[in-house]
Ligand binder design. Structure first.
Ligand code: PMP
Length: 359
């Protein structure tokens, strides 16, 4: 049969359906509060609606080769348009970056725990994945750049850092990021949650290093997860290599490009969303602690709680919360809770209270 022809990863990887199963929970049930995917549960800027209406008028045409969104992002970073790649979510350009530098057997240094999708893509490439564990204390998780540096060998083909990190919520210091960049080894900085980390400016990395690929997304603060818009910023020559692993002709629809531009231009709306989410996050953390859960500081649009003391671990705790109508995400020994609107977060607190017997 076919099995003998498959590459090893095709046999060995769990299916996407099993990976995504937790998100399909009671699909279509509008009564559930969904806090499992780090989306913004508020709608995008009203300007996006107008942009999508305009997009109807040129839906028959292919997207422009150098989209205005690309120019606008370049302007934001003070770089040339060839230093920006706009893709179908940052997932697409992250995947292309992995394929630009990594093939079967190649060594990649990456933290643990971190975003499981990146790990899965590396498994698909049959990379040798060197995981560097993150530490935590009572306050927060810690990213130790020295530990990452110590894990690098002459065989390392790529270093990946997600900062601030999913699911631990902590960020690497700019100094730590720079010291890894200084090695000259290809370095993917996944900054999907940088909108919520108000104290760090990664913009300069794209100017200074030819080995750094910085990726960001419109899926979080901008409320555009469904339209699939992300981008990479970096050195023009490096991004030209990465671009070779994208399907030519642009993966991003003209409607998404228009919507992204409209969202980008509405700074007031973006900043309001970030303030709202950060405010709710800071309300949720002490409330979860008051219910007896262990949790950590977060620089993202989610918080994670320690599930190791619960029956069935993270799956058990997430399942118990689901019975009270709230979908959250088990990851490693953690349950990750996205920050929703006030009433959604209240529903989460009520569900947790019921689970821990304080409801
Ligand atoms: N990186 C991290 C760490 C993420 O958590 C996510 C979204 N879950 C992404 C990248 C990709 O998001 P998108 O493809 O929607 O831009």
């Amino acid at each position: 049969g076919l099995a003998g022809y498959l590459v090893p990863a095709a046999r060995d990887l769990p299916s996407n359906a099993s990976y995504l199963a937790h998100l399909a929970v009671s699909d279509g049930d509008d009564t559930l509060v969904r806090l499992a995917s780090n989306e913004n549960t508020e709608p995008p800027s009203p300007r996006v609606r107008a942009a999508l209406e305009r997009a109807y008028l040129d839906a028959n045409l292919s997207p422009p080769p150098v989209p205005p969104l690309r120019r606008a992002l370049a302007g934001r970073y003070g770089v040339e348009p060839d230093q920006v790649l706009v893709t179908a979510g940052s997932t697409e350009v992250i995947d292309a970056t992995l394929r630009t530098f990594v093939r079967a057997g190649d060594e990649v240094v990456i933290p643990r725990p971190s975003w499981p999708v990146c790990h899965r893509r590396l498994q698909a490439l049959e990379a040798r994945i060197v995981e560097v564990p993150l530490d935590s204390d009572d306050e927060s998780w810690r990213y130790d750049a020295d530990r990452m540096l110590a894990a690098i060998t002459p065989a390392t083909k790529l270093v990946v850092v997600c900062t601030p990190n999913n699911p631990t919520g902590n960020a690497m210091s700019l100094d730590g990021v720079r010291r890894i960049a200084d090695t000259g080894i290809p370095f993917l900085v996944d900054a999907a949650y940088a909108d919520f980390d108000l104290n760090i400016d990664l913009t300069g990395l794209a100017h200074e290093y030819d080995n750094v690929v910085l990726t960001r997304t419109f899926s979080k603060a901008y409320s555009l997860a469904g339209l699939r818009i992300g981008y990479a910023v970096g050195n023009a020559e490096t991004l030209d290599y990465v671009d070779r692993f994208l399907v030519p002709g642009s993966s991003v629809s003209s409607a998404s490009l228009r919507a992204g531009l409209a969202a980008l231009e509405d700074d007031a709306y973006h900043d309001h969303q970030v303030d709202r989410i950060v405010g709710e996050r800071e309300r949720l953390l002490p409330a979860l602690r008051a219910l007896g859960l262990r949790t950590w500081a977060s620089k993202c649009n989610f918080v994670s709680v320690d599930a190791s003391g619960f029956d069935g671990g993270a799956e058990g705790l997430a399942g118990a919360i689901l019975t009270h109508g709230v979908v959250v995400r088990p990851l490693h020994d953690l349950v990750r809770i996205s920050i929703g609107r006030g009433e959604e977060n209240d529903a989460l607190l009520a569900a947790v209270a019921a689970v821990v017997g304080r409801g």
